[in-house]
Design a protein around this ligand. Structure first.
Ligand SMILES: NC(=O)N[C@H](N)C(=O)O
Length: 273
């Protein structure tokens, strides 16, 4: 398998002489944040993290309808946090795209390298440091965990995408597949963060329209992606945010196309008034 290509957020600013061009879109059903707009001046700093900045690429907007937030976090050598998560109800997934992160979960040390993945249930005691000489960059996806009476809390685990198989969809001749880190029938989990792979020229051949909300971060390649009524071109480093029920489909190519995919799963809907 080829090494994946993880794009970096851009630094600095375009020159003052540059014509304004851009692919950023924000609509009622979806947003596209292209890598070219993830620049230094749009970063955030986080409480109790040192030598660290973050691009917040998804957050709950309306206060009740959206489920998750997603950050691209960049930790400089020597940086990190011993008090990373302020909310005891939050669960998290970390996915490393560059550099090395030293993660400690409940006293156990783990080294996360590109492709490294960690699931962090609420109240687990974790800390993260960059002990290397290069910046570390990772996605941090956070959600309020919805506990259910009679179902145990999921436990923490660490993995790497290279240690997990791609499960190809039936009927696609091994052209459209998903790398899963959690068994879909494990109802302790109320969110999945998977990796979707489409081989060159492969398609999502119908407009998936479903209740799950999505964050899609393109890890590798290019595609034309259907979002609601529009077709948008995306490439490695771009992020797409999809509200529940946003129709979605895809033509991948010319190379392999892969993305990190968040979805909320396995819980009843909140009741209306
Ligand atoms: N846009 C997507 O990749 N959606 C997935 N098939 C999914 O909902 O799991």
């Amino acid at each position: 398998m080829n090494e994946p290509v993880y794009a970096s957020p851009s630094a600095g600013l375009p020159p003052q002489t540059a014509l304004h061009t851009g692919r950023a879109v924000f609509t009622e059903a979806y947003a596209v944040i292209p890598h070219g707009v993830m620049r230094d001046i749009v970063t955030s700093f986080l409480p109790h993290w040192n030598d660290t900045r973050a691009w917040v690429i998804a957050r709950p907007l309306s206060g009740f309808a959206e489920t998750f937030s997603q950050y691209i976090v960049e930790v400089l050598p020597g940086g990190g946090s011993d008090r990373p998560e302020p909310n005891p109800e939050a669960e998290g997934v970390l996915f490393v795209v560059a550099g090395q992160a030293s993660l400690t979960i409940d006293g156990q040390d783990h080294m996360l390298t590109p492709g490294g993945y960690a699931f962090l249930p609420p109240t687990c005691d974790w800390s993260l440091r960059n002990k290397s000489s290069e910046p570390a960059r990772f996605h941090w996806i956070r959600k309020r965990y919805e506990s259910v009476d009679g179902i145990a809390m999921p436990t923490a685990f660490v993995s790497n995408e290279n240690d997990e198989p791609i499960r190809w969809m039936a009927g696609t001749n091994d052209r459209w597949g998903t790398t899963r880190f959690v068994d879909p029938t494990d109802l302790r989990h109320d969110m999945h963060v998977n990796i979707v792979t489409l081989e060159p020229g492969a398609v999502i051949p119908f407009e998936e329209t479903h209740v799950m909300e999505h964050g899609l971060y393109v890890l590798e390649g290019k595609a034309v992606y259907r979002l609601n009524r529009d077709w948008v071109e995306v490439e490695a480093g771009d992020f797409m945010w999809l509200r529940a029920f946003c129709p979605q489909a895809c033509y991948a190519g010319p190379g392999r196309f892969r993305y990190l995919l968040y979805k909320d799963v396995n819980r009843h809907m909140k009741l209306g008034l």
